[in-house]
Design a protein around this ligand. Sequence first.
Ligand SMILES: Cc1cc2nc3c(=O)[nH]c(=O)nc-3n(C[C@H](O)[C@H](O)[C@H](O)COP(=O)(O)OP(=O)(O)OC[C@H]3O[C@@H](n4cnc5c(N)ncnc54)[C@H](O)[C@@H]3O)c2cc1C
Length: 450
Amino acid sequence: MESADLIVIGSGQGGVPLAAEWAQQGRRVVLFERGALGGTCVNTGCTPSKAFLASAHAAGRARKAERLGLGVRAEVTVDFAAVMERVRGYPEASSRGVEGRLKKAGVRLVRAEARFVGERRVEGGGVRVQAPVVLIDTGTSPLEPEIPGLAGTPYLTSDNFWELRERPERVLVLGGGYVGLELGQGLARLGCAVHVLDRNDRVLAREEPEVSEVLQEALEADGVKLHLRSKVRAVRYGRQRFTLELGGERLEGDALLVATGRRPNTEALRLEAAGVETDERGFVKTDDQFRTSAEGVYAIGDVAGQPQFTHVSWEDHRRLKAILAGEDRRRDDRALGYAVFTDPQVGRVGLTLEQARRKGHDARAVDLPLEKVARAWETGETLGFYRMVVDRQTERILGATLVGPEAAELVHVFLAHMEAGSTWRRLEQSVHIHPTLAEGLPSLARKLAG
Ligand SMILES: Cc1cc2nc3c(=O)[nH]c(=O)nc-3n(C[C@H](O)[C@H](O)[C@H](O)COP(=O)(O)OP(=O)(O)OC[C@H]3O[C@@H](n4cnc5c(N)ncnc54)[C@H](O)[C@@H]3O)c2cc1C
């Protein structure tokens, strides 16, 4: 059995930098990766999806240019094969970059599935290693819902969607979460007839209802057909066509994209051999310093049952590095933001009003519709709103929800204020540049000033 200072399982967003940084400090690090280097984000997640949306939203904007008095007779043509070829170039480049980084740092890379064979002992690809510190960063995979007839059909998930070479005419999207909506709207903008099905009564059901309302309006304007409160009773596949049985109604499509959630990659790890406990859904249980139930074994990122975002996993590695160096850092003392890259975008940070009240804050919220923001009005992009949640007593900003163009960028104004512990009055006093979308944020705060 080999010995190392650190074993990392999974080359995800947090595992790679931690492995590289420890190795650069002269420590012996072994990293196991069973799939493509770099994990979900660069191979099948953020990077390809945002590259795909760059084409799709450009097509959407070009079509909308008509209302600005342009291109009235122009038609947007889509070379779907070229769009997807471009998209596939990004993961290849990213994976090469990750490999180069690990090699340069001196990490011993084992391209195999790893499993525990004892306490802090890991095996994979014929390599057996022990180390005082083991990091689990194995992420998640698409969940296959239990629908009769689905298993074994050539349905798409965010894992294999990127292999599409021809544009499917009709696409059925199961799941109205952010993956389903981003890809569904993208496909519609690239010329597919898209149906999005969700069992909830609104899309993005985890968000505030007003967010769903705006998104539904935008999707319908793009020609997406929404089927809410819908239960798929069975899936049939034949003659290269999918049929969804909805109890009375039937929907047909040339492709079926399943985007109904993610499951943790813990099955193959044989966690029981190391004494690492999981929750009822299979996510690794951790304390607020990323410790699992087994001494010396830590878990970060998606697999640790946290909000599933790249920046969470990446930030985890920085905090864990500090904790391993003896600093008193915690996982949760951070303002957490995220975004949905539909058009309009959704930018979220911190608590919603409901969450704030549940946490015991004397909270209130203010809203500003986008049509009140000069920049949005001038560009004709007025679908959306800005919302801020504050604590009445301390006047601190507790959270924000922005729906509109570039909301993913704009929400960082709130993120910065929240990290700085600042109040809505500070925001209200800030002089933002005219005419920008960001100018709407002090205006929003001004509503609190009366
Ligand atoms: C379509 C889509 C779009 C997304 N868009 C965004 C976005 O815009 N912004 C954002 O922040 N997040 C986005 N995400 C989420 C983001 O990709 C994940 O949150 C992030 O990649 C999680 O990183 P991680 O480090 O936890 O694990 P991962 O990146 O999932 O890496 C885990 C790695 O572990 C490997 N592995 C698993 N088990 C084993 C084993 N037993 N042995 C060896 N290796 C193993 C896997 O092969 C994988 O490479 C998106 C996800 C999807 C699917």
